[in-house]
Design a protein around this ligand. Structure first.
Ligand SMILES: Nc1ncnc2c1ncn2[C@@H]1O[C@H](COP(=O)(O)OP(=O)(O)O)[C@@H](O)[C@H]1O
Ligand SMILES: [Mg+2]
Length: 250
């Protein structure tokens, strides 16, 4: 197995003194793989990503990236260990140009020639960003901002990429574009964890998936098996509980 992979073991996490939001989550993303983490609002998806990325310290459990347990490390140190997060709601800096937003993503790269090479790499994947590069990010549409947000995360060539609901709030055309972009950046030495409420779309690019409900994994399977599973219909995920939970090792 190649080095670039993410293993989460028995992750327990929550906020302040409240009961845990995640009650022992385990999963694996191998190199070259896209794992979809599905679940309705409040299931704990963002909390999971925050723990993996070092933005929230887990109460217990392990987050192993490229063979090293990074659980509890601060976010900047996790980022240096070749991980990047595309946060919920895009969060580009609206008053800054597209190119300056991209350069922000390269804060870990010390030299300007490395930054320029990273820009070239990102422009090669997202040619549309070239045409927008001098525009202020705030003038882009939601879908364009999402592509920028993904491009910014790619500036450090992360081996583990986390995306938090990249499709939410986008019209269907841009959802297709974002999925195509993910297809593009899927590669043999990168592990992608794709958190989504849109099961149908995300299972089109994912290799495997799991369903998170109330902080626990209630369903796992190949993308094709989950696509055909009546319990994983979009509407169902959005409105109901998953019956007869049968967790198995992810
Ligand atoms: N900063 C926070 N402080 C306290 N509780 C939080 C915080 N963020 C999320 N929660 C709670 O954790 C649970 C899971 O939230 P979240 O991880 O955001 O779910 P999802 O991303 O699947 O919608 C929810 O009950 C939510 O209210
Ligand atoms: Mg969320």
């Amino acid at each position: 197995m190649s080095g670039a992979e993410l293993v989460v073991q028995d992750l327990v996490a929550g906020y302040d003194a409240a009961p845990p939001v995640l009650s022992g989550v385990s999963l694996e993303v191998t190199a070259g793989e896209v794992l979809a983490v599905l679940g309705r609002n409040g299931a704990g998806k963002t909390t999971l990503l925050r723990c993996i990325a070092g933005l929230l310290k887990p109460r217990s459990g392990r987050v192993i990236v490229n063979g090293v347990d990074v659980a509890g490390w601060p976010a900047h140190r996790v980022a240096k260990h070749s991980m990047a997060l595309v946060p919920e709601g895009r969060r580009v800096i609206p008053g800054m140009t597209v190119i300056d937003n991209l350069k922000l993503g390269a804060y870990l790269l010390p030299r300007s020639n490395e930054i320029n090479r990273a820009l070239d790499d990102v422009f090669a994947v997202f040619p549309a960003l070239v045409a927008w590069s001098r525009r202020r990010a705030g003038t882009l549409s939601g879908g364009q901002q999402q592509l920028l947000s993904i491009g910014r995360a790619l500036m450090t060539s992360p081996s583990v990429l986390l995306l938090d609901e990249p499709l939410t709030g986008l019209d269907p055309l841009f959802q297709t574009e974002v999925i195509a972009a993910l297809q593009n950046i899927k590669s043999g030495d990168r592990s992608i964890l794709l958190v989504e409420q849109n099961a149908r779309r995300s299972l089109n690019v994912a290799d495997r998936g799991l369903v998170l409900a109330e902080g626990a994994i209630v369903l796992t399977g190949s993308a094709s098996a989950l696509r055909d599973d009546p319990r994983v219909q979009d509407g169902y995920l959005g409105t109901s509980r998953i019956p007869s939970p049968r967790p198995d090792a992810a």
